[in-house]
Design a protein around this ligand. Structure first.
Ligand SMILES: [Zn+2]
Length: 103
């Protein structure tokens, strides 16, 4: 499933399946919220655990409260480690913005 960036102000509890939200504190990447492609559970996956690999930052858009807003997000995104969804327990990998379910 293709990962889709949610607007920076989006409520993580309202993310749709496959939506992701970048989390950072005045600079360095902390991690991403990923709404599970299977169960929609919005898990937090820390950069220290999953080791995200971000491509160059580019402008992208998302709808937020009925308006299309523009913000910056990585052109590509992968993760060195897979993760297990906190909701349904399935394991996922992220490669070039594609979220793949692992057996
Ligand atoms: Zn899940």
């Amino acid at each position: 499933m293709r990962a889709v960036y949610a607007a920076p102000g989006a409520c993580v509890q309202k993310l749709e399946r496959g939506q992701i939200k970048r989390t950072f504190a005045s600079g360095p990447l902390l991690g991403y919220y990923v709404a599970c492609p299977n169960c929609r559970y919005p898990g937090t996956y820390l950069h220290d655990d999953v080791h995200f690999i971000e491509g160059p930052m580019v402008e992208t858009t998302a709808e937020y409260k009925g308006t299309v807003i523009t913000f910056r997000a990585p052109a590509t995104l992968s993760a060195e480690e897979s993760w297990r969804c906190w909701g349904c327990g399935k394991r996922f990998a992220l490669r070039e913005l594609e979220i793949e379910a692992l057996p």
